[in-house]
Design a protein around this ligand. Structure first.
Ligand SMILES: [Fe+2]
Ligand SMILES: [Fe+2]
Length: 177
């Protein structure tokens, strides 16, 4: 059985991951409406990743036979003044999630819950990648502020964040999308 304190924190994290999903859908739709299809596609894909993170956490709780609560989420931000703001918001969000996952790992360790600690490690590694990808993208959109097509061309050429299937990823409830 995972430690009760860990189960509580993981249920909170499920809400954060679904919140990140909603925020990235909102960002993707914003770019889509601006006819910036590569930026839109990037964020639609990021949104799916966040949904999968939430469902991996749900599966962990299901496997452990403890309560997995599907939360409501706060409304995401939907209004942005330029192409930079959504990416700056996304980077802030990824940094916050990195801190949250570190806290999760700390709770597991403090409780002597080694399986749960091990479960958090994949997410810690994933956060390193997501923060790096998002800070690269922030630099690109900052340079493309006056010419968003530069960012579109960069995304078409480099295809950041498209690592393909990760066999080390934890299983997701319902199967990863
Ligand atoms: Fe995530
Ligand atoms: Fe993320």
């Amino acid at each position: 059985m995972p430690a009760t304190a860990f189960v509580e924190r993981l249920n909170q994290q499920i809400a954060h991951e679904f919140g990140a999903h909603q925020q990235y859908v909102a960002v993707a739709v914003h770019y889509d409406a601006e006819t910036l299809p590569r930026l839109a596609t990037f964020f639609y894909a990021q949104a799916l990743e966040e949904r999968n993170h939430a469902m991996m956490m749900v599966q962990y709780l299901l496997d452990a036979g403890v309560d997995a609560t599907i939360p409501g989420v706060e409304a995401p931000r939907t209004q942005f003044d330029d192409i930079v703001e959504p990416v700056a918001l996304a980077l802030e969000q990824e940094r916050r999630v990195s801190d949250q996952i570190e806290d999760l790992a700390k709770v597991a360790r403090a409780e002597g819950d080694y399986l749960s600690e091990q479960f958090t490690l994949w997410f810690l590694k994933e956060q390193v990648e997501e923060v790096a990808t998002m800070s690269d993208l922030l630099r690109i959109v900052e340079r493309s502020r006056d010419n968003p097509m530069l960012a579109e061309e960069y995304l078409a050429r480099e295809q950041p964040g498209e690592a393909g299937a990760d066999p080390t990823a934890p299983p997701a409830a319902g199967g990863a999308l």
